[in-house]
Unconditional design. Structure first.
Length: 308
């Protein structure tokens, strides 16, 4: 039986990650010629071209793009297997790439990252903040925090805590336009839309009744916190997580409605690539964040009653 050329697969993954033969060679401490020969071996064994090479640019072919995810997985699983085989008493070390939504990341994940780095001084964090849906595998993300109702996927997901979603506007807006008594009443209001999700429909349920509302209004934004000034000035209505609007509700600048209706089953999830093998530093961060956000009531993601 002919064994796969694992070294060539790993070097191919490094070239994809660093977008350069020279940078890949420098990252693993070998010559550029060694990298080039390994990739050429892999191309010959696969009978396909992985890169388009010019004097100025290096781009993946269609075959290379398809195989790059498998190559990254081979490299990651090999690295994880080596780490797991090391002495368990050795403290985790190395780089972890962590992605989180912007508002939640700044308010809650950033302090958690600081505490984690104090507890694990050998670990480094590359902290990526974006409300866009990141491609965990393609972007080389080790752990992603996502506040969402997750669709089925090949990613590994750990549900950490439910997230309360509230429909809010300023008291002045409700005084001027009326407070909705039923979700269907929102059709007559200026409802803000969140652009970073595929579906723009708001779902509500109460008992056996389910209602879907498609918001329409003057503002669409890719960050929930960016809607707060327009909300507080009475421009319209938004449907946002409690960790964004609870401070305004407590201050009286925002008022929730339809509180007896449940929204979508939104929760905070920890997502990782599909491989069951993870380096010790990644496992340490996952466990740390899961404990933090499951038990820390100051995050205020869940009503005291436990409803969502």
């Amino acid at each position: 039986m002919r064994l796969p050329d694992f070294e060539a697969w790993a070097m191919f993954a490094c070239v994809v990650e660093h977008r350069s033969f020279s940078a890949a060679a420098a990252s693993i401490g070998v010559s550029k010629a060694t990298i080039s020969k390994a990739v050429a071996r892999l191309e010959q064994s696969l009978s396909t071209t992985l890169f388009h090479r010019t004097s100025r640019r290096l781009t993946l072919t269609d075959a290379g793009r398809t195989l790059s995810e498998r190559a990254a997985r081979i490299l990651a699983e090999a690295q994880a297997a080596e780490e797991q085989a090391r002495d368990a008493a050795v403290a985790p070390t190395g780089l972890v790439r962590l992605a989180a939504p912007m508002s939640f990341g700044i308010a809650h994940v950033a302090p958690a990252v600081a505490d984690f780095l104090l507890a694990y001084p050998g670990v480094e964090i590359d902290f990526i903040l974006s409300d866009a849906k990141v491609d965990i595998v393609a972007d080389g993300i080790d752990v992603a925090l996502r506040v969402a109702d997750l669709p089925d996927s090949s990613l590994r997901a750990r549900r950490v805590a439910p997230v309360t979603i509230r429909v809010v506007a300023s008291p002045a807006y409700w005084d001027a336009h009326g407070r909705p008594q039923h979700p269907a009443d929102l059709a007559g209001h200026a409802c803000f839309a969140y652009s970073n999700i595929a579906s723009r429909v708001w779902h509500f349920r109460r008992g056996n009744e389910e209602v879907a509302v498609r918001p329409a209004g003057p503002l669409t934004a890719n960050n929930g916190e960016a809607m707060i000034p327009a909300l507080e000035r009475g421009v319209g209505v938004a449907r946002l997580p409690g960790f964004i609007v609870d401070a305004g509700i407590a201050a009286g600048t925002l008022e929730p409605v339809l509180v007896d209706w449940c929204n979508d089953d939104i929760a905070l999830h920890l997502l990782t690539p599909p491989s069951p093998l993870r380096p010790a530093r990644v496992e340490a961060l996952i466990d740390f964040l899961a404990r933090r956000f499951k038990n820390d009531r100051t995050v205020r993601m869940v009503d005291e009653s436990g409803s969502t």
